[in-house]
Design a protein around this ligand. Structure first.
Ligand code: SF4
Ligand code: SF4
Length: 132
């Protein structure tokens, strides 16, 4: 870079607003395609296990509550997930998506990295006793 153009840039920047974002004090919305936390809709899940088999990080488990009535609980290990979206792509029933709103996933507590998804009554039934 030539010295003249460098000073030109410096001079112009004196009269511009800083581009730095004041995160986390001021938050802007994330891009719509951002891959944040995995979300699971149990209503359409058939229990095919394709997502579990295709996950390269072993980050999801599907726990059967009642096979006949297709009731499942998904246990998601956030700390293992690489956010590749392979599971989302492969689910033929559109039960999975990656949130662009839930992406601040850092925590000081290990428990925060294990998330159980499912119908409220199924979660209560399973979480009332130790999970398999
Ligand atoms: S996004 Fe990738 S790593 Fe994360 S649960 Fe899905 S398949 Fe596994
Ligand atoms: S791939 Fe979809 S339908 Fe199959 S177990 Fe996973 S979430 Fe359920």
């Amino acid at each position: 870079m030539k010295l003249g153009s460098m000073f030109g840039d410096m001079f112009r920047s004196l009269f511009k607003k800083p581009v730095t974002e004041m995160y986390p004090f001021k938050k802007t919305s994330a891009p719509s395609r951002l891959r944040g936390e995995l979300m699971y809709n149990p209503d359409k899940c058939t229990g095919c296990q394709l997502c579990v088999k295709d996950c390269p990080s072993n980050a999801i488990e599907l726990i059967t509550v009642d096979k006949a009535s297709k009731r499942f609980v998904m246990r998601y290990h956030v700390d293992r997930c690489t956010f590749c979206a392979q599971c989302v792509e492969n689910c033929r029933f559109e039960c999975l998506n990656m949130s662009n709103e839930q992406w601040e996933l850092a925590s000081l507590k290990k428990e925060a990295f294990t998330v159980n998804y499912g119908r409220e009554e199924d979660l209560q039934k399973l979480l009332g006793k130790p999970l398999p």
